[in-house]
Design a protein around this ligand. Structure first.
Ligand code: CA
Length: 226
């Protein structure tokens, strides 16, 4: 995701930048309100804005109000040192999508960002095809040729992640980030377990090999379905 961080505490801003970048996001940082609003309006489009409430120049509520007044619907996660229902109601009135009270854990922040992106309707995936392998992620259906294949939600998520990028090597960590809710707490090697069970369901019974191992990286979906 492309993420704008508007935060005047430089240490926090830097750790957010590092953490989110390490997660594969593209991050831009503003340290005051005016620069933040300027970037939000002209530097994007962003997939999410992390917006501190108390900022020099222009506060988080004001930035959010102005963004919405410009018709900008970018999801906003407000960061606040205060807590209390009054502040929260103010921010939600201003058009923020969610709140996080400092201090917060990075894991929680990352999970909230993913939830925001989902709610914002990060494009719904249509039916995916690789040769005669067909996956309908929203309908939760999979088939090879005419045969329906039962997949668990997690298997379906892993397969969709690979089928969206046919022919490309996808890192285990990237699969984890996309499919698991709290990827930081989980060993990326768990992905192997799901790939093995997928191979037993979508490949072995048909004498095919669609999920290829890319040594040292992760996996690659054969564009022709194996
Ligand atoms: Ca602040």
């Amino acid at each position: 995701m492309r993420i704008l961080v508007v935060e005047d505490e430089e240490g926090l801003a830097e750790s957010l930048r590092l953490g989110l970048s390490a997660d594969g996001h593209w991050v831009e940082v503003a340290h005051d309100g005016h620069h933040g609003l300027d970037l939000a309006l002209t530097g994007g489009p962003y997939d999410a804005v992390l917006l501190d409430l108390m900022l020099p120049g222009l506060g988080g509520h004001e930035i959010c109000t102005r963004l919405r007044a410009h018709g900008d619907r970018t999801p906003v996660l407000m960061l606040t040192a205060k807590d209390g229902e009054h502040d929260e109601a103010d921010g939600l009135d201003a058009g923020a999508d969610d709140y996080l009270t400092k201090p917060f854990s990075f894991v929680v922040l990352a999970a909230r960002l993913r939830a925001l992106a989902r709610r914002a309707g990060t494009p719904q995936v249509g039916v995916l095809r690789a040769g005669d392998l067909v996956l309908d992620p929203s309908g939760r259906r999979c088939r090879r040729g005419e045969r329906d294949i039962e997949l668990t939600a997690r298997e379906l998520g892993v397969l969709a992640c690979l089928m969206r990028q046919p022919g490309r090597a996808v890192a285990k960590q990237d699969i984890l980030d996309e499919v698991w809710d709290v990827p930081h707490a989980i060993d990326p090697n768990i992905v192997e377990v799901y790939v093995s069970s997928l191979r037993r369901k979508i490949d072995a019974p048909f004498g095919r090999r669609s999920i290829l191992t890319v040594h040292g990286t992760g996996y690659r979906m054969a564009p022709d379905g194996g």
